[in-house]
Design a protein around this ligand. Structure first.
Ligand SMILES: [Zn+2]
Length: 572
């Protein structure tokens, strides 16, 4: 990939971020413990997806050969800390999946697999470095194969309950393909665990060219938002996104900081030498992410509410739900079943009977393994709909706050080719207070709407409705998977709508407020207001700088997948 001018993740434009040493990498530079500062080649950053990449590194067989020859005699000096870190990670994985079959890609000496086996996992590892693999096989008695990841046959697909890529993605010449391949290996309900440095983290930005993540061996450093996008784009449900907590001896930590201490380095090293060698320290610098994504399956009801109509436009109704057991029946009764082909409810790990009630009412159900928030729920809704072949997707809240009977009107402007987006507006005819919206909320909503209209130079009647319909063609054109997992997702998507000049139709809708309807607290509303103002500020800054990754092109092209055709019969 020596002369690549475009991003290896999203095909975006690359710009030089840090000039390199000009020296070719040495085999020792590929060892996990090699932290030679600024020994890397030229580092580029993608303007679209913020991935940092080192195009001067070899690829294909040449890269594989470098790893085969790699030895790292220092690696086991920190064995105790590495085993502690492994157990911290295994605790996370086991919150999502009980021990069964685990595959670790790039397993090194096999320390994590050794710990996993002790906890009841049946394990296999892949490792290119002959010496590391030998250690795992001979000393620890593990099943470790010296095969590249790509050599795994298709017969392994759907077989693994946990697939781990820990500090591996950043060493690969095709990390996107690796994520795709790893996803295929997962059994239903299986967990993909990725640990990789985040070049967009605060620590990385403060450390600049001396950040430890900028190594001669690192091909791609994928920014957190982009990594989330790549994982969810595979149809996986992101269950965890947390900073890695690593354990090392206190001495190792302090010596590491000496590398970025500049003129104080010698003093820091002397201090490190005085620390007791047995003292270990668990610490997170916030610049390395742990992401867990689950291969969650859609659950089929015994009798579907909707049947495929066979028309030219496939309409999916999606319902983000949280503690909605009391209201789902009424929503189902109101839905005009002649106007859509599929009804999918996504439950954000409710503690009540939302899933059971939804299945009984004929909804297909996707359940989040952990509570992720309203924005995360919408990502699951839209992604599943697009992957399953929808042309139009309409969001209806499961809490009966909006009139589900209006679905027909909501999708009509899109089907008729007049709109990309339809917004149900409670304020177009100002029936909101009559419908019971609290006065403080009405005033706040109006003030924010006025401000947003100024910032976007638009004239919409409201921005805070939860009743929305989209053409999937429009959704596929924006990187909505990079948006927030929280409520501000709705405002970020508005920024994307305005930036893309999408055609928006507003439809007047009545509002209803009653006890079951999810009413957001005053405090949460203030936070939402501040986050909204941040979105507006970023939008305005981006008009000049063109750097906000939410307004750039998506890294994943969501395409309908053949095998998960909607309205296929339930598997007996
Ligand atoms: Zn890119």
């Amino acid at each position: 990939m020596s002369t690549i001018a475009t991003c290896g993740i999203c095909q975006g434009v690359l710009e030089l971020r840090f000039a390199g040493s000009g020296q070719p990498p040495l085999p020792g530079d590929f060892a996990p413990t090699c932290h030679r500062p600024r020994a890397y080649g030229d580092l580029y950053r993608c303007r679209e997806c913020a991935t940092v990449q080192q195009p001067s590194l070899p690829d294909g067989v040449d890269l594989v050969d470098l790893y085969r020859e790699m030895g790292d005699s220092d690696y086991l000096a920190e064995e105790r800390g590495r085993r502690l870190t492994a157990n911290w990670l295994l605790d996370l994985v086991e919150r999502r999946r009980a021990p069964a079959r685990m595959l670790e890609i790039g397993c090194g000496h096999g320390l994590l697999l050794d710990e996993a086996r002790r906890r009841g996992w049946e394990t296999r590892g892949l490792e290119l470095s002959e010496r590391s693999a030998l250690h795992g096989r001979e000393r620890l008695g593990l099943d470790i194969r010296e095969e590249p990841f790509e050599a795994l046959g298709n017969e392994e697909n759907g077989c693994w309950d946990a697939v781990l890529l820990i500090d591996v993605l950043e060493h690969l010449d095709h990390p996107r393909d690796a994520i795709e391949r790893a996803t295929k290996l997962l059994a239903p309900g299986g967990v993909l665990c990725i640990v990789t440095p985040d070049p967009a983290s605060l620590t990385a930005r403060i450390a600049g060219p001396r950040w430890w993540g900028l190594l001669p061996a690192h091909t791609y450093l994928i920014a957190r938002r982009t990594l989330r996008e790549l994982l969810i784009g595979q149809g996986l449900i992101l269950s965890d996104d947390v900073p890695l907590v690593r354990s090392f001896s206190a001495r190792y930590w302090v010596e590491g900081f000496a590398g970025i201490a500049g003129p104080a380095a010698a003093a820091v090293r002397r201090a490190a030498a005085k620390l007791p060698p047995q003292r270990s320290l668990a610490l997170s610098l916030g610049d390395e992410r742990v992401m867990l994504a689950v291969n969650e399956q859609v659950r089929e009801p015994e009798a579907r509410l909707a049947r495929e109509r066979g028309g030219p436009d496939e309409v999916h109704v999606v319902l983000p739900a949280y503690h909605a057991a009391q209201t789902i029946e009424r929503v189902a009764a109101d839905l005009p079943i002649e106007s859509f082909d599929r009804a999918l409810l996504v439950d954000d790990a409710s503690g009540d009977d939302t899933v059971a009630v939804a299945l009984a009412e004929g909804f297909e159900v996707l359940r989040h393994p952990a509570n992720r928030g309203y924005g995360a729920n919408q990502k699951s809704c839209y992604t599943r709909a697009i992957l399953d072949g929808a042309d139009v997707v309409v969001m209806v809240h499961a809490d009966h706050q909006y009139d589900a009977a209006l679905v027909t009107e909501m999708v009509r402007p899109i089907i008729e080719g007049r709109a990309d987006v339809v917004m149900g507006s409670r304020l177009l005819e100002d029936r909101a207070i009559a419908g019971g919206m609290p006065r403080w909320k009405w005033i706040g909503n109006r003030a924010l709407t006025w401000t947003e209209n100024q910032a976007f130079t638009k004239d919409f009647s409201e921005y805070h409705t939860g009743y929305r319909a989209f053409s999937t063609e429009f959704l596929r054109s924006i990187p909505f998977l990079r948006n927030s997992d929280g409520f501000v997702f709705d405002q970020e998507i508005f920024a994307q709508i305005v930036d893309r000049n999408a055609r928006v139709v507003e439809l007047p809708i009545p509002t209803r407020y009653f006890l079951e309807a999810s009413s957001v607290s005053f405090r949460a509303s203030v936070r939402y207001g501040l986050e909204t103002l941040t979105v507006l500020a970023r939008y305005r800054v981006d008009e000049k700088r063109r750097r906000w990754s939410l307004l750039r092109r998506p890294a994943v092209d969501l395409q309908p997948t053949a095998q998960s055709a909607p309205n296929s019969e339930p598997v007996p």
